[in-house]
Design a protein around this ligand. Structure first.
Ligand SMILES: Cc1cc2nc3c(=O)[nH]c(=O)nc-3n(C[C@H](O)[C@H](O)[C@H](O)COP(=O)(O)OP(=O)(O)OC[C@H]3O[C@@H](n4cnc5c(N)ncnc54)[C@H](O)[C@@H]3O)c2cc1C
Length: 402
């Protein structure tokens, strides 16, 4: 049975990260949002204290209750979501390698997604393309095997890639057999300094501006055979099965990674929502209108009551999904439910926070407008809200809802 009381280690970790968020992340948030630059000094500081790096991620992933990671992420994103993405973005590449790679590949490549505290690196997970975001079965990026050299040749353009072009390790999902759609795809590691990989345009974004998002262009990128995650034998067997069974083959690699990381993405949104709620509550107790603190007006008090309720509901769904991911797996799209609920709650709660702060809330002097901008990405990336509903609908109905 799931037990949602945090153990001593988890409580200590939560307090420690919260303090880091108070002391380091939040004071830097405004500056990096305005600069729209990757906050290397903050990520380096996180690495020095042990919050960014392989050990931290391994420790969090190794926890059997599943709660350590969402608890940690909520605190980091409570500090700031743009900086939070800069700290957590490499986790998607690490998850892509861990989810599809052999133990040897995991040992070789995951550490290189993080570097060391003295030489911090980042990783990128490259799936989306200009014409394939939600529909990841439709990737145009091709991977062709050059048997004579035991090399794979990658060609294509990836869009919207977190850490794209600035990463040490790029994990690229490409079509090996486009006819097979998602079941004909494989994941490849592109090692540091590989020729032919370059950064395309860097996007100017609505929110999480401190996080780097860019196109990744792959122009005859050659990687050794050992960079195919899972190995050639496993891929050949998978392709043969897919050709035999058609649509009933196993899930595509990108989808597997996204499924596993959904509660963590929900926890990001939750951190932003909680930040906005706490700020709005404090403000409502101080701000006086019509002779009393605005929290004494029921319209404002009820907003805050709804915000608190929705945040707790989102957290319970996230913790349940995180627990299930380690203990039996999802049955009714619980991972998607958690991400869907938390993202929508974050958008709504941050909007209500702006409302509670009135005109001040609409200015960049106060953080709530930034939190609203930052929250919005969560209904879009790693599966839009509509795609989460599709996953849930398919899980509960057993039908291929389109
Ligand atoms: C800041 C940022 C960071 C990102 N980081 C990464 C990253 O690191 N790696 C990566 O691979 N990708 C990344 N992405 C890409 C992201 O995952 C995609 O943008 C997202 O999946 C949506 O794809 P799309 O933009 O092509 O929208 P589309 O798929 O074109 O969707 C447009 C609209 O149509 C709806 N829609 C589409 N299909 C259906 C359907 N079947 N039923 C109902 N509605 C549907 C969608 O919900 C959406 O509302 C990032 C994006 C952003 C903005």
């Amino acid at each position: 049975m799931a037990d949602f009381s945090l153990n001593d280690d988890q409580q200590q970790l939560k307090d420690w990260i919260h303090q880091f968020a108070v002391d380091v992340i939040r004071p830097a948030a405004h500056e990096w949002d305005e600069a729209e630059e990757f906050p290397w000094p903050i990520v380096q500081e996180a690495a020095k204290v042990g919050l960014y790096g392989l050990d931290f991620i391994m420790n969090a992933m190794g926890d059997q209750t599943g709660l350590t990671l969402p608890v940690a992420i909520e605190e980091i994103f409570w500090g700031d979501a743009g900086i939070g993405m800069a700290i957590m973005g490499s986790g998607l590449a690490a998850a892509g390698i861990s989810g599809n790679g052999t133990p040897e590949q995991v040992m070789e490549w995951v550490p290189q997604c993080y570097g060391t505290p003295d030489d911090v690196k980042v990783g990128a997970f490259c799936v989306s393309e200009p014409d394939a975001g939600s529909d990841v079965s439709n990737l145009r990026t091709r991977a062709v095997y050059d048997e004579a050299k035991d090399e794979w040749v990658l060609n294509g353009t990836k869009a919207w890639i977190t850490n794209g072009g600035i990463a040490n390790v790029h994990v690229v999902v490409a079509a090996v057999d486009p006819e097979l759609k998602g079941r004909g795809q494989a994941s490849f590691v592109v090692p540091p300094g590989t020729k032919g990989l370059s950064q395309g345009q860097k996007y100017k974004k609505h929110g999480i501006k401190a996080s780097h998002t860019a196109e990744v262009v792959l122009d005859d990128v050659r990687v050794p055979g050992r960079c195919l995650l899972g190995g050639k034998e496993k891929l050949d067997a998978k392709l043969a099965r897919a050709r035999e069974r058609g649509k009933s083959g196993e899930a595509q690699p990108a989808m597997k990674t996204f499924e596993a990381t959904r509660p963590a993405v929900g926890a990001q949104a939750l951190g932003i929502a909680r930040a906005a709620y706490e700020y709005a509550l404090d403000y409502a107790k101080e701000r006086v209108a019509f002779g009393k603190p605005i929290v004494m007006h029921q319209a404002i008090a009820f907003k805050l009551a709804n915000m608190a309720t929705e945040i707790d509901a989102a957290r319970l769904l996230i913790w349940r999904a995180a627990w299930l991911a380690r203990n039996g797996g999802f049955k009714n799209g619980e991972g998607s439910m958690s991400k869907y609920k938390a993202s929508e709650v974050a958008v709504r709660v941050t909007e209500e926070a702006i409302q509670i702060l009135g005109g001040y809330g609409y200015t960049r002097e106060y953080p709530v407008e930034r939190w609203h901008r930052d929250a919005k990405i969560h209904t879009i990336f790693e599966g839009t809200s509509e795609i989460q509903q599709l996953v849930i609908a398919r899980a509960i109905s057993g039908m291929r809802v389109e």
